[in-house]
Design a binder for this molecule. Sequence first.
Ligand code: SAM
Length: 258
Amino acid sequence: MIDSIYSISLRSKLLRVGIRFVRVIQDIFLYFFLENKKFDISNLTGNTPNIRSKKSKKGFEGIKNRLIYSNNTGGINKKDQEVLSKVIFDRSPKRVLEIGTHTGISLYTAAISLKKNSIIDTVDLYDVNKKEYFKKFKMNYSPKKILTKLKSEVKVNFIQTSGIEYLSTTKKKYDLIFLDASHRTNKTYEEIVGSIGCLNKNGMILIHDYHEFNFKQIFWKIFGPKLAIHKLSRTNKISCKRLNDDSSIGFIHRKIKK
Ligand SMILES: C[S@@+](CC[C@H](N)C(=O)[O-])C[C@H]1O[C@@H](n2cnc3c(N)ncnc32)[C@H](O)[C@@H]1O
């Protein structure tokens, strides 16, 4: 019995490793088909948020006990929640866009970190508030219900469409855009380009799963965001950095001359 459980778990691990490996190869392949285009990046900020500032530390202390919902559901982890929250406390964006709502972990983190009357538009391919959706990821509540339970005071609009479609058609502008959707090189590239066009002056873009390329980690990590940014940085003065070594949230910024 134990032997057969062990063999099933080993096989499923190998399958996952295999799928990741194929994805990495596909992502590298996709990189070479991306255009080297130049974009207007004048609205993208060049100032790094200070997640060690008094404001961000104090703000995070005030909400950290409310970060109670599971992070084993495909949502961002505890360290990412901390980084996202601290960026928001440091910069106080008023209009936020999220691409990739899923179970609502990053959404509710942002919502309880934002000032009253801020707005979040959150986009996903699926109807994330449908029971069949969130139950599949072992959540007891929908993202909408979590926001109500946490007494969130920000206005949240759920939008069901693809990120690229939304970014290329909306007339709205944002102070902060959080990208956590497809993660494939080509789609992430389009999402970043679309996001740059939807920023208010000094707007910020944060991207999840930003990992430096590392052959040892090729079976475990996702490299689409890294590759997409690398391609964009060849023809545009943009770059990306992690704000904390234990978080995979990357901060995309304009390169500033020193
Ligand atoms: C990793 S999950 C996001 C996790 C979420 N930010 C959280 O912390 O709970 C990725 C989500 O992006 C959505 N997604 C994937 N591709 C997309 C696309 N092209 N446009 C919009 N959403 C997409 C998926 O349906 C999934 O819900």
